[in-house]
Write a protein that binds this ligand. Structure first.
Ligand code: NZQ
Ligand code: ZN
Length: 393
C-alpha cells in the first residue's frame, strides 16, 4: 500500500425531502448565493420552486444563472464569474448533475483567479482559494458532489479538460433519491456507466497489499450491477436509487483510490470523444472500457481474474485465465447492453476520421509533449489509437 492522505470533507445530507433543508444548511455560510442550474429539468420537476422557497425562508438571497449544458461550456463559466463578482456572491449553489456542479466549481475558483480560468485547467495551475460550493444533486453519475474535480469544455478550442483541487471539494451536498425519479433511461444508464468507471479507474492497479480498497471497490461494483437494472424496470424504486446514489458518491470521493496507483486512461480517452463529438460521458465510457480491458489485461492478468471472480461471478476453472477474463468482459458488455448503452463508436455516431487526432490529443502528443495515459499499463498515442480502432464496430 502506498502512502496517502485522505481528505474528503463534503457534508453529505442524504434522504427523502432533504432538498427542503438547503436554505438552512447554507444560512451559516452565506448571505447571497449564485443559484446555478441546467436546461430546465429542475423547473419541470418543481425542484427549482422548492429550493427558492427554502432559500427565502432562511433569508438567503440569490441571483441565478441557468443554461448549463451537458459537457459544460467555458463561455457560461465566464458569465457566472462576472455575475458573482458584480453581485458579491459568497457561495455557489449548484442544483443539477455533474455538468452544473462542474460549472459551479469553475465559477467558484474563477472569482478569485485573476486571468482566464481556462489557464488553470490547461496548465494544471495550483489555486489557493475558491468560493464554497453547495449542491442539490439531481443525477447520480459524475460523483462531482463529493469530488474536488471539475471538467469543462472550451468550445472555441475543442478541448475538454479536468482539473482537481482540495479547494473544490463541495461544502454541502444534498442527495434525495426521489429527485432521480424523473431521469430518462439513457441518463440513468450513462450515470451508472460513469460511476462504475470511477471504481474501475481506481480498482485496476499494479499496487499490491490493498485488500481493503479492493474489497470496497468490488462491493461498490456489485451494488451498482445488482441495483441498476431495477431502475430500468421501475425508475421510481427508491431503495434501488438510494443504493445507486450512495454508490456513485463512494465511487468518486477518493476513498477507493487510497494507497493505490490509479489509472484514468479510459477517462482521458473518453474526454476526447466528448470534446470532438459532444457524446455523453458515460456512454463513451461504456464503449471504451471493455476495449481498454482487452488491450491491457495481459499486463496484470491476476487483477483481471480477481475482477472476473469477485465482481462478475465467473465460475469457470482458474487454469485458463485468458478465457476467464474474456468471459468477465463479455458479461460486463452484456450488462451495458441490457442498460441500453452503446457498444461501439459507430453507435455513438463517431466515424474514423478523427481517431488519430484524438489519440494524439489525449496523450498531448499533439501539443509537443507526450504524456502516457494510465497506470496499470502506460499507453502512448499509438496504443490509444489501437483501442479506439478496436471499438469502431
Ligand atoms: O440540464 P437539465 O435540464 O437539468 O437536464 C440534465 C441533462 O440534460 C438531465 N437531468 C439531470 N437531472 C435530471 C435530468 N433530467 C431529468 N430529471 C433529473 N432529475 O440529465 C442530463 C445530463 O446531466 P449532466 O449533469 O450532464 O450529467 P452527469 O451528472 O452525468 O455529468 C456529466 C459531466 O460530468 C463530468 C463529465 O465529463 C460530464 O461533463 N464529470 C465530472 C467529474 C467530476 N467533476 O468529478 C468526474 C466524471 O468523471 C466526469 O468526467
Ligand atoms: Zn467519469
Amino acid at each position: 500500500m502506498n502512502n496517502f492522505t485522505f481528505y474528503s470533507p463534503a457534508r453529505i445530507v442524504f434522504g427523502r425531502d432533504t432538498q427542503k433543508e438547503i436554505g438552512a444548511l447554507i444560512k451559516p455560510h452565506a448571505k447571497k448565493v449564485l443559484l446555478h442550474y441546467g436546461g430546465g429539468s429542475i423547473k419541470k420537476s418543481g425542484l427549482y420552486d422548492q429550493v427558492v422557497r427554502s432559500l427565502n425562508e432562511n433569508g438567503v438571497s440569490f441571483v441565478e444563472l441557468g443554461g448549463v449544458v451537458p459537457n459544460p461550456r467555458l463561455s457560461l463559466v465566464h458569465e457566472g464569474i462576472a455575475l458573482c463578482k458584480k453581485e458579491q456572491v459568497d457561495l455557489v449553489l449548484a442544483v443539477g448533475g455533474g455538468s452544473v456542479i462542474d460549472s459551479a466549481k469553475a465559477i467558484a475558483m474563477g472569482v478569485y483567479y485573476e486571468g482566464d480560468v481556462w489557464e488553470v485547467y490547461a496548465n494544471g495551475l495550483k489555486i489557493d482559494k475558491a468560493l464554497p460550493v453547495a449542491i442539490v444533486l439531481t443525477i447520480p453519475a459524475a460523483g462531482s458532489e463529493s469530488s474536488g474535480d471539475t471538467v469543462i469544455t472550451n468550445e472555441e478550442k475543442g478541448r475538454k479538460y479536468g482539473y482537481g483541487s482540495p479547494h473544490l471539494r463541495p461544502l454541502i451536498s444534498v442527495m434525495n433519491p426521489e429527485l432521480f425519479f424523473t431521469l430518462p433511461k439513457n441518463q440513468i444508464a450513462n450515470g451508472v456507466a460513469d460511476m462504475m468507471s470511477h471504481v474501475f479507474e481506481r480498482y485496476f492497479t499494479n499496487t499490491t497489499h490493498v485488500d481493503l480498497t479492493d474489497a470496497l471497490a468490488e462491493a461498490t461494483l456489485r451494488t451498482i450491477i445488482s441495483n441498476a437494472p431495477k431502475l430500468m424496470e421501475d425508475p421510481h424504486d427508491y431503495d434501488a436509487w438510494a443504493e445507486i446514489g450512495f454508490a456513485g458518491t463512494v465511487a468518486h470521493n477518493s476513498l477507493l483510490g487510497m494507497g493505490r496507483e490509479e489509472d484514468w486512461a479510459c477517462h482521458d480517452m473518453e474526454h476526447e470523444l466528448s470534446a470532438a463529438y459532444d457524446v455523453a460521458h458515460g456512454a463513451g465510457l461504456a464503449v471504451l472500457t471493455p476495449a481498454w480491458m482487452r488491450y491491457v489485461h495481459k499486463d496484470n492478468i491476476d487483477m483481471f481474474v480477481q475482477f472476473a471472480v469477485n465482481v462478475m461471478h465467473v465460475d469457470k476453472g482458474l487454469r485458463d485465465k485468458e478465457d476467464l477474463v474474456e468471459e468477465a468482459i463479455l458479461r460486463l458488455q452484456g450488462f451495458y447492453r441490457r442498460m441500453g448503452l452503446p457498444q461501439s463508436l459507430k453507435e455513438l455516431r463517431i466515424d474514423n476520421k478523427q481517431l488519430t487526432t484524438m489519440a494524439q490529443k489525449a496523450t498531448r502528443f499533439a501539443f509537443g509533449k507526450e504524456n502516457t495515459l494510465g497506470g496499470l499499463k502506460k499507453l502512448r498515442w499509438e496504443d490509444v489509437l489501437r483501442i479506439y480502432e478496436s471499438c469502431q464496430g
